[in-house]
Write a protein that binds this ligand. Structure first.
Ligand SMILES: Cc1cc2nc3c(=O)[nH]c(=O)nc-3n(C[C@H](O)[C@H](O)[C@H](O)COP(=O)(O)OP(=O)(O)OC[C@H]3O[C@@H](n4cnc5c(N)ncnc54)[C@H](O)[C@@H]3O)c2cc1C
Length: 560
């Protein structure tokens, strides 16, 4: 069996240190055979399993490159097993494996990093304790958007007469079928990822990973494994935060994952939290004909977004019949004898009570660190003590260990997790990968949709940037009128010193898709003039972006 030097970033070489063994020596798995100085610290080369050294192909001081064979050994077992009692598994033995890149967690961070790393030639092992695809595919992005689409179809059918379509009777909702459809889509996507991982030769191990040291993890599953790796990426994501509201565990209370599998459609619901998840559920239930109340602690819904967007979605909610109580703290949830949920909250005017069939609590998620035994690897948490500390290259404080996605608590978005994963792989391979957070798009699937990217006017004010903004309304856009969706606006923010577009917010038809062109403009430092000089197709909702860019100069053509 050959023992090779693992990857040295940037295709560089390392210098071999003192040899601690000779031919014929008995070695145990994980014994350090030699240290190689890589310029980024020492990299130990370890025995992958118990055996006898049969050949030594390097000497002290020699230059060593990635993948170079340094030793040959005769292993005592082809796939040696180790006693696992030290790891407390209760099972007799664990299989010992070696890999170049080990990734813990197969959400959009982990599985994308795995496929990307494999495409770039790395031997990748991916560990997942639950379903492939993580929160995003199973209880997050995709399931919510499947329900959002069903709700939009129902709403469109209810409004069919506005389009000149005559239906024989009012449509009705079959929640069981909606949930079944969601499951079908979820399973199809999970199966697709399984196929992609296979096609790219990513080794997938099923089980829960815990660190044994800075370069090995124990995987507890149907089969137990001890996996040693040159580089490790932590991509364990996030979980629903436990919050301390009396009554939160009552049967009438759901979290977002439970709501996505609930085949009963309530007639009334109270949603705690007007963040992105809370507001998406508010509109989806409302579109399905449910009476919705939202209670929010902060002074406005979607408080992370531009103030005008918050105000606009609040108006849309009011017009749709959704009631939103802001500056309100939920004190307790009770269940009446007839299984009604009773939510007591307080605002500046005093205590109030809301009665509904169900309560949905949508107030935050926290990094998933449980059971990882990070301390055994020496991995530090961030200043808030929430999430793994990672720099812009996604490196943790421990050489060769990276962290990406929700577990870093930087930004809880699927596309950010994937992007960070690819950056981490690039950094492992050649020291180049780095994440720039100045043009990260954010989408909210309310009715109408919302999206934003880059800086808001408020951000510019705080940063002392001399800025201007240009707002153009959808009411002047022909395509939006054909869609019967004339509400909303596009707001662009420009840095006056450079003329560059530094931020954009959209509320209106197609907002989620339109944000990609704004992201391209911001990420590539385009000025308002360059956007204005670009040809936008007609008739499309994208023309509102063009008009907003013109707004910085001569003014929008279709808005006085
Ligand atoms: C209701 C909802 C809607 C959302 N909608 C959107 C949206 O529209 N757009 C968007 O960008 N984002 C959305 N998000 C957020 C998005 O889902 C997350 O940002 C994204 O999934 C994070 O990816 P990740 O890879 O970091 O972690 P996750 O997707 O959470 O995956 C982590 C994986 O690691 C596994 N794992 C954890 N610990 C271990 C261990 N010790 N051993 C082995 N495996 C382990 C978990 O089982 C999980 O599969 C939504 C989230 C929710 C809850």
């Amino acid at each position: 069996m050959e023992i090779k030097m693992c990857l040295i970033p940037g295709g560089k070489t390392g210098k071999a240190g003192k040899l601690s063994i000779k031919v014929g020596d008995e070695v145990k798995a994980d014994d350090i055979l030699i240290q190689v100085e890589t310029g980024k610290g020492n990299r130990p080369v370890k025995a992958p399993q118990d055996g006898v050294i049969t050949k030594i192909l390097c000497e002290e001081g020699c230059q060593v490159s990635s993948g170079q064979i340094l030793f040959e050994m005769s292993a005592h077992n082809a796939e040696a097993s180790v006693q696992a009692d030290a790891t407390g598994s209760g099972k007799e033995e664990a299989l010992r494996l070696n890999t170049e890149l080990l990734i813990i967690g197969a959400g959009p961070g982990g599985y994308v990093a795995a496929i990307y790393g494999a495409k770039k030639g790395l031997k990748v092992t991916l560990i997942e304790k639950d379903e492939l695809g993580g929160t995003c595919l199973n209880t997050g992005c995709i399931p919510t958007k499947t329900l959002v689409k069903s709700a939009e179809v129902f709403r469109s059918m209810s409004e069919a007469s506005a389009f000149g379509i005559v239906t024989s009777g009012p449509p009705s909702v079959n929640m069981e079928r909606i949930i079944r459809r969601k499951e079908e889509i979820r399973k199809k996507l999970v199966g697709g990822i399984e196929g992609l991982l296979q096609d790219n030769n990513v080794q997938v191990l099923r089980g829960e990973a815990a660190f044994l040291s800075a370069d090995s993890v124990f995987v507890r599953g149907e089969k137990d494994y001890v996996v040693s790796a040159c580089d490790i990426i932590i991509a364990t994501g996030s979980k629903i935060s436990e919050i301390n509201i009396p009554g939160i565990n009552l049967p009438v209370v759901m979290n977002s994952a439970q709501a996505l599998s609930c085949t009963e459609l309530p007639q009334t619901i109270t949603i705690v939290g007007a963040g992105i998840i809370g507001m998406e559920f508010a509109f989806l239930y409302n579109n399905l004909g449910v009476k919705v109340n939202v209670v929010e602690f902060l002074d406005r819904p979607l408080a992370v977004l531009d103030r005008d967007i918050s105000a606009s979605i609040r108006n849309s909610a009011m017009e749709a019949g959704i009631s939103i109580s802001t500056g309100s703290k939920v004190l307790k949830i009770q269940q009446s004898e007839d299984m009604q949920a009773v939510v007591t909250y307080e605002d500046e005017k005093g205590e109030h009570v809301l009665v509904s069939d169900k309560v949905l609590v949508a107030v935050g998620r926290e990094p998933n660190l449980k059971g990882l035994d990070l301390e055994k690897a020496g991995v530090a948490l961030n200043e808030r003590g929430r999430g793994v500390r990672a720099d812009s290259h996604m490196r943790t404080n421990v050489e060769h260990i990276y962290a990406i996605g929700d577990v870093t608590d930087i930004l809880q978005l699927a596309h950010v997790a994937s992007h960070q994963g690819m950056a981490a792989v690039d950094h492992i391979l050649n020291g180049t990968g780095e994440v720039d957070y100045s043009a990260i798009p954010n989408v909210v699937f309310t009715s109408p949709e919302i999206s934003s990217v880059g800086l808001t006017e408020e951000d510019c004010g705080k940063k002392g940037i001399d800025f201007s903004s240009s707002t153009v309304f959808y009411a002047s856009n022909g395509k939006a009128l054909t869609m019967n969706e004339p509400e909303g606006f596009v707001k662009l923010v420009r840095d006056n010193a450079t003329g560059r577009i530094v931020g954009g917010s959209i509320i209106g038809a197609d907002a989620a898709s339109l944000v990609s062109s704004l992201t391209l403009a911001i990420a590539n430092g385009l000025t308002d003039l360059q956007v204005a000089e670009t040809v936008f197709a007609h008739p499309t909702t994208a023309e509102v972006i063009h008009e907003a860019a013109l707004g910085f100069g001569v003014g929008a053509i279709h808005q006085s």
